[in-house]
Design a protein around this ligand. Structure first.
Ligand code: ADE
Length: 785
């Protein structure tokens, strides 16, 4: 439901008699006046239609009158119509409680024009209620869905290099400390997202500094990019305000919008908590209404406080490694590197961790549960993890691939082990047998950065296409940082997508490292399920990625325009592509971190390709930057305790839910509300009928709160998805061989046909002039000239 709460009623079509007109089936029906067009344009969904379509839209409006007490829509029912109130009042109730009253000019239910979605509230007429209604059938019959433009959801990127200002801590009295501890504990948003123990709260309190804010000063400005601090009010008062643009107001439902209205924060209160999680423009303005004093906590301190518990865990792990005989010759920093790269794996009762005779490739430290050691079908002993003891097995696998001499079977209900495989070990250090042969004075083998190995294949993959041979044909899309153009090679007629990033804008946003990482990650990839990189160019003002072209369009726009939500064969096909893409990326230790239908493209045959490596990163062990798209955030990203490749499998679960239901499971107009829902867990989510049965089970198995319990993170890996009931009968071999018929074939007439793209020039990111800064950050960017 989208209620226009601060509506300008002069746009509402009042008192104009409806005129009869024939509909497509020849029946006579009353129709809205053309004056409705102007009003309809205020509805967020309709702003995405070309203005020329407004008369058609207005003619789709049917006047509908309700008597006082009539139920217009019922909470929980699946909706297929949208309403605008022409006159009268309507009560909005959620769970039987009135949360808002809608008046002339307000509207509700625009999502119902796109998909089956249970109504989130009941609407009852409080007086005679005259409305205009548009049904989904009519909307589709008139071809309006196809004409809508679907803007992409933006990722939040935490990778900025920008140094934030951190002031020295101010002295504090016991009373002041108490106020701050209580303020941190009472901040519901913060409490529901991260878990802060008493020690961590004390660290934050220690680090805070004091600032005085004179009456009238705007401490936080809505939209400000300088958004790195959280504030606790020591004395005085602040008013919080949001300039709700009409479109913002319309995207929120009534209950949410009310919660977002103006408020006052006084002594003991706090605000700005989103800035602690990641870098994003401020969502509201905060002004001192009295001379005030605040305590300030910065994001860097907050994040490192949360990450500290992970560092303490690493110390415990080093303690375990100290007891492993084959690792005795490792230096302390080498053991620390191994400890950081250990991954957690979960097992269930009766599962074999490994079997006798199998080639060993990993070693295990049991940290929870109990296992039996079985040799030639006879149990030899049991190993049990306790607070003090963490038994190990399989360590010789780090030296050789010799067969396992026993089977290890879980005997407790569940078990958890830390795992290190030989390949990872050698990526962060060197082969163990070489390390063991070193002299005492040999330097440490810890590598600074994980090895980035471009995937060059047998042919020369880069340096073949020069930029001067490329001719621009048109705009395909606009991302957060750059535009994507369709280009043609003037000599051979091949077409490509050319993504351009303004160097000045990259530097201004502190994204130099992530752009270089994007290029390095792309160089490593070679999969039919990932958009290929052909070349990179470094111009004086612009960096360019020459990419594989996918003319079928974005999956997000395709789903919306073609109404594909809820179709199981489609969801299976696209999730299969994602599964293969992730398998490829993870085999190279790359975490993707930004899965969503906006980052999946279809080629001219309907084959799916993952695109946009802007947030992808090579990691061994954990990484700590909270980034991605809020609807797809995994709980560990929000908790800021470090994340691994397991975040990608969480996003795969969210994608499946969205493709089948038409919306992500943890949806809200406000990011903090999304995070609260994510933190509560998938078990609190009501699955709509189209996402039940095996699909629901797969979503639940992917969206486990504990990353090590997500289906592909368990023994068996990615094959666990392939074997899941949801994929019963699915021909994975044909899919992998690219011989499977795609469920949807886009219309693409030629290799220059851009009809599946509707990029708007006004969405282009800013071009910021660039002057060489002497740091040489971009010197290794280009593969060609
Ligand atoms: N390849 C990479 N990005 C693309 C885009 N936005 N459109 C079409 N093909 C692409």
């Amino acid at each position: 439901m989208g209620a226009l709460l601060c509506s300008d009623c002069s746009h509402a079509p009042e008192d104009v008699p409806a005129q009869p007109m024939s509909d497509s089936r020849g029946a006579s029906r009353p129709v809205a006046p053309s004056g409705a067009s102007k009003f309809l344009l205020q509805v967020k969904l309709f702003q995405r239609l070309p203005e020329t379509e407004l008369p058609t839209l207005a003619s789709a409006c049917e006047p509908k009158t309700f008597r006082s007490g009539d139920k217009v829509i019922t909470e929980g029912d699946v909706g297929d119509a949208f309403y605008i109130i022409r006159s009268g009042d309507a009560s909005v109730s959620v769970g039987g409680k009135e949360v808002a009253v809608l008046k002339q000019g307000d509207y509700f239910g625009e999502n119902a024009l796109l998909r089956d979605e249970p109504r989130t509230a009941s609407i009852v007429a409080k007086s005679e209620l005259q409305t205009y209604m548009i049904s989904r059938t009519k909307f589709e019959e008139m071809g309006l869905r196809e004409k809508l433009d679907f803007p992409q959801r933006k990722a939040v990127a935490g990778g900025a290099i920008k140094e934030l200002e951190v002031k020295p801590p101010s002295p504090k009295t016991a009373e002041e400390r108490k106020l701050m501890v209580q303020a941190l504990r009472n901040n519901q948003n913060l409490q529901s997202c991260v878990s802060l123990d008493d020690k961590q709260v004390a660290v934050l309190v220690d680090a805070a500094w004091k600032e005085t804010v004179p009456i009238g000063k705007e401490l936080i400005k809505e939209g400000d990019l300088n958004a790195d601090y959280f504030y606790i009010v020591q004395s005085g008062k602040f008013s919080i305000s949001v300039t709700q643009t009409e479109s913002q107001a319309q995207s929120a439902n009534a209950a949410q919008a009310a919660a977002q209205s103006l408020g006052i924060v006084s002594a003991g209160g706090s605000f700005g908590e989103l800035a602690l999680l990641y870098f994003a423009p401020r969502a509201a303005s905060v002004r001192a209404v009295q001379d005030s004093v605040v305590w300030v906590i910065d994001r860097k301190t907050f994040k490192s406080t949360l990450a500290k518990s992970a560092q303490d865990t690493v110390k415990d792990y080093v303690g375990y490694l100290d007891k492993v005989q084959v690792l005795a010759k490792l230096k302390p920093d080498e053991k620390e590197a191994v400890a950081k790269a250990l991954t957690e794996m979960s097992f269930s009762k009766s599962e074999d961790v490994f079997q006798q005779g199998e080639a060993g490739d990993a070693f295990y430290i049991l940290v929870e549960g109990e296992v039996a050691v079985i040799k030639d079908s006879t149990e030899q002993t049991r190993l049990k993890a306790s607070g003090k003891e963490a038994p190990m097995f399989g360590e010789r696998a780090l030296l050789t691939k010799e067969p396992r001499i026993a089977t290890i079977t879980v005997t407790s209900e569940t078990a958890k082990a830390l795992v290190m495989d030989k390949e990872t070990f050698e990526m962060i250090l060197q082969p163990l047998d070489e390390l063991n042969k070193r002299g005492k004075d040999a330097p440490s083998a810890v590598k600074k950065e994980p090895a980035v190995r471009p995937n060059t294949g047998s042919q020369k993959r880069f340096g073949n296409i020069e930029r001067k041979h490329l001719k621009q044909l048109g705009l395909l899309g606009c991302g957060g940082f750059g535009a994507v153009e369709l280009v043609e090679h003037v000599e051979n007629g091949n077409t490509y997508a050319l993504k351009a990033l303004s160097k000045g804008y990259v530097v201004k946003s502190g994204m130099q490292q992530s752009v270089m990482s994007e290029k390095n990650v792309q160089l490593m990839c070679d999969s039919p399920f990932i958009v290929k990189l052909f070349e990179t160019y470094n111009g004086s003002q612009t960096l360019y990625f020459l990419l594989e072209l996918a003319l079928g369009g974005e999956l997000y726009a395709t789903y919306n325009k073609k109404g594909l939500f809820g179709k199981e064969p489609h969801a299976k096909f696209y999730l299969a592509g994602v599964t293969h893409a992730f398998e490829h990326l993870h085999s190279k230790k790359i975490v993707f971190r930004d899965l969503k239908p906006e980052n999946l493209l279809l080629n001219e045959h309907g084959k799916v390709k993952l695109t946009d490596m802007g947030l992808a990163k090579v990691i061994i062990g954990k990484t700590y930057t909270t980034c991605g798209t809020p609807d797809y955030f995994a709980p560990e990203l929000i908790a800021s305790t470090g994340h691994t490749h397991a975040v990608d499998w969480w996003t795969a679960g969210i994608l499946l839910f969205e493709l089948l239901s038409g919306h992500p499971p943890f949806e809200s107009a406000y990011p903090m509300q999304i995070y609260q829902k994510v933190t509560k867990g998938i078990h609190k989510v009501a699955f709509p009928p189209k996402c039940r049965g095996p699909a629901e089970d797969l979503v639940r198995c992917l969206c486990k709160k504990d990353p090590s319990e997500r289906l592909p993170m368990k023994k068996g890996g990615v094959a666990n998805i392939k074997k899941h009931m949801f994929y019963k009968g699915f021909d994975w071999q044909a899919f992998q061989d690219l011989t499977m018929e795609p469920p949807y074939k886009p219309q693409v007439k030629s290799k220059k046909d851009m009809c599946n793209f509707h990029a708007r020039k006004d969405d282009l990111p800013p071009q910021v002039p660039y002057k060489e800064d002497g740091t040489g950050w971009d010197k290794d960017f280009a593969t060609s000239t």
